[in-house]
Design a protein. Structure first.
Length: 109
């Protein structure tokens, strides 16, 4: 979750068909907004580049096992963090990378 003095995740992100409310009340439905894509890194204001983190995740098969790796790169601090595990997919690895980025943002926040 973002803090008021810096960017963060501030919107509810949904992706459902137009007109479908999935049991939400009218009040809950009004709170739903669509996320907007951020500008490219090289077009961010200088004060916002400090908060940018790049993520990546991948999975490979080794013998009979799937092994995944997830990483986060901070271009302003020139630091990378990574984690890895077994039994997941590339989608899980991407999710783990985002989770790691959120952990980093919370730790530095």
């Amino acid at each position: 979750m973002g803090k008021l003095n810096r960017p963060g995740i501030l919107e509810i992100i949904t992706n459902w068909p137009e007109g479908e409310n999935f049991g939400l009340t009218d009040e809950e439905q009004e709170q739903v907004t669509r996320a907007e894509e951020a500008p490219p890194y090289n077009q961010l204001p200088a004060e916002e580049t400090h908060y940018a983190l790049f993520t990546d995740g991948s999975c490979r098969i080794v013998g009979m096992n799937r092994k995944w790796k997830a990483a986060v790169w901070s271009p302003t601090r020139q630091v990378a963090e990574a984690t890895e595990g077994e039994g997941g997919s590339s989608q899980l690895a991407e999710l783990k990378a985002v989770q790691l980025a959120l952990d980093i943002a919370e730790r530095e926040g």
